[in-house]
Write a protein that binds this ligand. Structure first.
Ligand SMILES: [Fe+2]
Length: 250
């Protein structure tokens, strides 16, 4: 009997140690995320287009150009998801990607593509996103390279890296779209801008859905998480810089 009680106590002790280890691990991950995001926001704030005084003085031509080229920043995200889904190790992981696709299609609401079209129309009724999807007239070289590099890096790395990169990408959606919303509010336009597309991305909870998987990778392979997060942040910042330069040079 005493032997059984001792064994039970030992198991309980082990379980609570694992529990506290997990809490400490998550604290460490959260601290890493805080620092990573702060550094990202600091660099983002230095980019021309995101400065209030610059955004307030954009010409109508520059704004329309931004709408056309920004479509290609997010309009190719389905390839990112495709790479993940085709390499997902199990049904649970595949469901995660499918849920993301489902959300892109908007469930019983308009798809994100439709919302972008609505946004584009509110700025210039002649912009046709469906046509741009086919013709890719404004798919500039640096944007093509940006999207290709995402898929190249995803395909070249392990699932743990892929899920970390996916988490980093989703985490930055909230940051990026909040910054973009601020920029849109600076535009001096005759008609109001329909910003639903931006609102839903600024408030999306995709990162939270990935947190559990990310914390498992952090537990086993901290360096993999750091590598993927660094790649996504620097890749995103170089794209924003080129996009800003391109709009401001119009
Ligand atoms: Fe979306």
């Amino acid at each position: 009997m005493e032997l059984i009680i001792n064994k039970l106590n030992k198991n309980q002790e082990r379980a609570s140690n694992v529990f506290f280890d997990d809490i400490l691990m998550n604290e460490e991950l959260n601290e890493y995320l805080r620092q990573w995001e702060n550094e990202y926001m600091f660099s983002l704030g230095k980019i021309g287009l995101f400065k209030t005084e610059v955004a307030e003085n954009l010409t109508y031509e520059q704004i329309k150009y931004f709408v056309r080229i920004f479509y290609h920043v997010r309009g190719h995200f389905y390839k990112f998801l495709w790479c993940l889904g085709n390499n997902a190790p199990d049904q649970k992981a595949k469901k995660l990607i499918l849920d993301n696709f489902k959300e892109e299609f908007g469930e019983n609401k308009p798809s994100h593509e439709t919302l972008y079209q609505t946004f584009a129309h509110s700025i210039d009724p002649t912009i046709n996103i469906a046509e741009e999807f086919i013709k890719e007239e404004f798919y500039l070289d640096f944007l093509r390279k940006y999207n290709i590099e995402h898929t190249r890096v995803l395909l070249a790395n392990s699932w743990n890296y892929k899920i970390s990169a996916f988490s980093a990408y989703e985490r930055l959606d909230n940051t990026d779209y909040s910054t973009l919303l601020k920029m849109l509010r600076c535009f001096k336009l005759k008609n109001p801008v329909n910003s639903i597309f931006f609102d839903i991305h600024a408030n999306a909870k995709h990162f939270d859905m990935l947190y559990c998987d990310l914390s498992k990778v952090w537990h086993d392979e901290k360096e993999t998480v750091k590598g993927a997060f660094m790649f996504i942040a620097s890749h995103q910042l170089s794209m924003w810089k080129l996009l800003s330069d391109s709009v401001l040079s119009q």
